[in-house]
Design a protein around this ligand. Structure first.
Ligand code: 4NP
Length: 160
């Protein structure tokens, strides 16, 4: 079988949005029987929370929708842009930050804003929920559930 498609979600801290994206996407990929054809990971542009589980508020909100978030935070590395086929960032600041790793500007086409893949929400970014209330975490999950369906369709079209 050919090498799996490699998908990386990126946010700032890797404890709220991108691990939730990883959990939502993995659930969808498993349900579709594609688990051995798609590798899903997440990372943060910042390093403050490296090694930690996702934020408890994000874990609880995700658990309530049936997603188990158990990844450990890590920081984006130079090699990520080489190693992943698609890198989906949550907001424009993440986009600016990750582009600083693309020293020779060769990976621009594989770095995309997650919200491009949403079809029911008009938001251009997945807002950072860290300093806000519970409803911010619900909005994150709403956006992720919408966009991950679009990401699934995109990956299906890219699989050999
Ligand atoms: P995330 O949220 O980027 O969705 O993981 C944040 C988590 C932590 C911080 C900021 C955003 N922080 O400043 O520590």
């Amino acid at each position: 079988m050919s090498a799996p498609f490699r998908l990386l979600f990126v946010c700032l801290g890797n404890i709220c949005r991108s691990p939730a994206a990883e959990g939502v996407m993995r659930s969808l990929i498993e349900r579709e029987g594609l688990a051995d054809r798609v590798t899903i990971r997440s990372a943060g542009t910042g390093g403050w929370h490296v090694g930690k589980l996702p934020d408890q508020r994000m874990r609880t909100a995700a658990q309530n929708r049936g997603y188990d978030l158990s990844s450990r935070a890590r920081q984006v590395t130079q090699n990520d842009l080489r190693d992943y086929d698609l890198v989906l960032v949550m907001d424009n600041q993440n986009m600016r930050d990750i582009r600083t790793y693309d020293l020779s500007s060769q990976f621009g086409s594989k770095i995309r804003l997650f919200c491009e893949f949403c079809s029911h929400h008009k938001d251009r970014e997945v807002p950072d929920p860290y300093y806000g209330g519970e409803q911010g975490f619900e909005l994150v999950l709403d956006l992720l559930e919408d966009g991950c369906r679009g990401v699934l369709a995109h990956i299906r079209s890219a699989l050999p």
